[in-house]
Design a protein around this ligand. Structure first.
Ligand code: WT7
Length: 637
């Protein structure tokens, strides 16, 4: 495949950027011509940020799987679409060519139909990182069902909440998942999530770990049995459902500043074009290269840069089931060496963690196939950037520092590999189509360079969030009401003397723990559910590996019993309610929380104490009980 819209030079970037701003409809209309449509669109863009209402390629009909699979069959049918590396280095890897992947997706699409799944139905996908996860999501897209993938680290309660919010009637899961030395009983977690549930019609269970599972008659079916049914009775074909450009492709839940995660909605055409355009440009993907994105498909990074970006480009995407540090900290480098990976896209937290294990795990591995390195999820600190650049890229590979969000569908601000310059710890320049701006607290745009403010985007791009599922008002309030006529990212940002952007982190009550977004309110709600907890306040603090750690101040009615045990119990509760990813790193029992007379917790003070910066806590005179501050300072962990 060739990509006529691939930017090749700095001048090319500048002129494409210019065109994208001057005539966005012309610019995106041209790019959209490179894709497969069942019917051409009538209008490229129709929008207002007030409601918001954003419609790309209205009137167009298409199916994303025709773009990710069918259109590659003729010329690239035998090209590997997916290379899968097991958690266990001794288990044989698997390769699925485009022909094979197409066959399996079509086959499983028929399984879904046989089980009553119809266009528009929401299907929850809770699986480990095996090829069947890709097959399941693509099969949903094939028949126009809406997938809602939930990361394997979420608990039964978190799944139950998401099932209810999305009104899902179908689940696709595995018996279990391997992650390093652990074996996660996915089906059993689903069973817990379904206690008392009457809306789920079918649970399709794929075999991976052979952990014993309970199968409920009439509800639970085995993936493998269902495949046999379509093999013998089914039509080997499953025509791609005709989808409107603005039909929902998927829902992906993410945390915000309230206690309840929201279902970010992406639609077919705009998302597809944005995932593809950013993949092909940022990483400068060339046909035949092997792209290894280390994220889990349960996060947006996996959706866009393991599945839809690479596959829509006819690329080869590597899916890795395991973790970077098992059986040892050389696992990523072994995978790169084994498959001669060309592009490695990972997270600063992984780099920092591997950095800590020392170079003995890197030395001796052949990393010469690497051409481009990428970073995503949080600001990359200079030390990690240089370590990555020197020891992994051998000072030959550009590092793309890609800033984006679940809501943006794909990369927004990033250097373009070997095309635009990098600058350590800067995401640098906006991609064509992205019009960023910085605003002050009053919403006034800050012009010029060497400035900082809150990061907003002034104009829609094809991959922008369309709504939050079932709650459009929440979408409006969260993203489009803080600043009039702008999409607000929730991030603080600065712009250097030549216009490079540097993301400085969230300005709302959202934490970024190991590149995962976690709302402080969500963790507080979970902690507060534990018996004996009266009140709690959660803040972030700098953590060497995770970027941010979770620090919880808890008022606990623990007059009796062991404090350490109680803290373990609280951690258990959070694990139950949200999942192990939200477990507090530190818990401090406090007699009270610093509140203003109006009852508002002064988080600024708690943040400072958690950070260990207690010299200047600012004005504490408005506190109801200023003496509390000293007690909390004393008890700092
Ligand atoms: C938040 C979005 C987008 C995929 C992974 C996270 C932070 C993301 C960067 C970066 C600095 C970054 C922001 C953003 N973030 N990438 N390159 N530099 N910060 O997706 O869970 O939706 O989180 O991650 O704070 O708002 P997400």
């Amino acid at each position: 495949m060739s990509y006529p819209y691939q930017i090749k030079t700095l001048e090319g970037y500048k002129s494409d950027y210019q065109k994208s701003v001057e005539d966005p409809e012309e610019f995106w209309g041209n790019i959209a011509e490179s894709f497969t449509w069942q019917k051409k669109w009538d209008k490229v863009l129709d929008w207002n940020f007030k409601e918001p209402s954003i419609k790309w390629f209205q009137g167009g009909k298409l199916n994303i799987t025709e773009n990710c699979l069918d259109r590659h069959l003729e010329k690239n049918g035998n090209t590997p679409a997916i290379i899968w590396e097991s958690n266990d280095p001794d288990e044989h890897h698997r390769v699925l060519t485009y022909k094979e992947l197409h066959f399996k997706v079509v086959q499983f699409a028929n399984v879904l139909k046989n089980n009553g799944v119809k266009k528009g139905d929401r299907v929850c996908v809770y699986m480990g990182m095996i090829p069947e996860l890709a097959i399941a999501t693509l099969a949903c897209a094939r028949i126009g069902a809406v997938h809602s993938v939930i990361f394997g680290g979420f608990s039964a309660q978190a799944i139950a909440d998401r099932l209810e919010d999305a009104k899902s009637e179908f689940i696709i899961t595995c018996d279990g998942a391997y992650r390093g030395a652990k074996d996660i009983p996915l089906k059993s977690v689903i069973d817990d999530a379904l206690v008392g549930n009457h809306t789920i019609k079918k649970v399709i269970v794929c075999t991976r770990t052979r952990t014993p599972v309970s199968m409920i008659k009439g509800r639970d079916v085995w993936w493998e049995d269902e495949i046999k049914k379509v093999e013998t009775h089914g039509n080997p074909d499953c025509p791609a459902e005709m989808m409107d450009a603005e039909d929902i492709l998927f829902i992906l839940y993410t945390s915000g500043s309230t206690g309840k995660p929201k279902g970010v909605v992406h639609t077919v055409a705009g998302y597809m074009i944005w995932a593809n355009y950013t993949f092909v440009n940022v990483f400068q993907y060339q046909q035949g290269q092997i792209h290894f994105c280390t994220a889990d498909i349960g996060w947006i990074t996996g959706h866009s840069y393991i599945l839809y970006g690479p596959l829509s480009a006819g690329g080869t995407s590597l899916i890795f089931e395991g973790v970077p540090t098992w059986p040892d900290a050389g696992r990523f480098w072994d995978v790169v060496d084994k498959f001669k990976v060309n592009i490695l896209y990972t997270a600063p937290t992984a780099i920092r963690s591997l950095m800590g294990f020392g170079l003995e795990y890197v030395n001796g591995k052949d990393l010469s196939s690497l051409k481009v390195l990428g970073s995503v999820g949080e600001p990359i600190n200079e030390e990690a950037w240089h370590w990555f650049h020197k020891n992994i890229g051998k000072e030959k590979c550009p590092i793309v520092d890609t800033w984006w969000q679940t809501e943006t569908g794909g990369v927004m601000i990033s250097n373009i590999a070997d095309v635009t310059p990098s600058k350590p710890s800067f995401a640098t320049l906006p991609l064509p189509g992205i019009q960023p701006c910085l605003v002050d607290e009053n919403g006034v745009e800050i012009e010029g360079n060497n400035v900082s403010g809150n990061l907003c985007i002034k104009f829609p791009w094809p991959g922008i969030i369309r709504t939050t599922y079932n709650d459009h008002e929440r979408c409006r309030q969260t993203y489009f009401s803080t600043y009039e006529n702008k999409y607000f990212t929730g991030d603080g940002c600065s712009r250097d003397e030549i216009g490079n952007y540097r993301i400085t982190g969230r300005v709302d009550d959202v934490l970024n723990v190991s590149g995962h977004r976690i709302g402080t309110a969500e963790v507080e709600n979970a902690i507060n559910m534990h018996a004996g907890v009266i009140e709690s306040a959660v803040v972030g603090y700098p953590h060497d590996i995770k970027g941010q750690g979770i620090y919880a101040y808890v008022i606990y009615d623990g007059s009796h019993g062991d404090a350490n045990l109680s803290k373990q119990d609280i951690i258990q509760t959070v694990s139950r309610i949200i999942g192990p990813i939200a477990k507090p790193d530190k818990i401090q029992f406090v007699p009270g929380l610093p509140k203003t007379r109006s009852g508002k917790i002064m988080r600024r003070i708690l943040r400072k104490i958690a950070e260990g910066d207690t010299s200047n806590l600012g004005d504490t005179s408005t506190l109801l009980d200023p003496s509390l501050v000293d007690i909390i300072k004393e008890g700092r962990i």
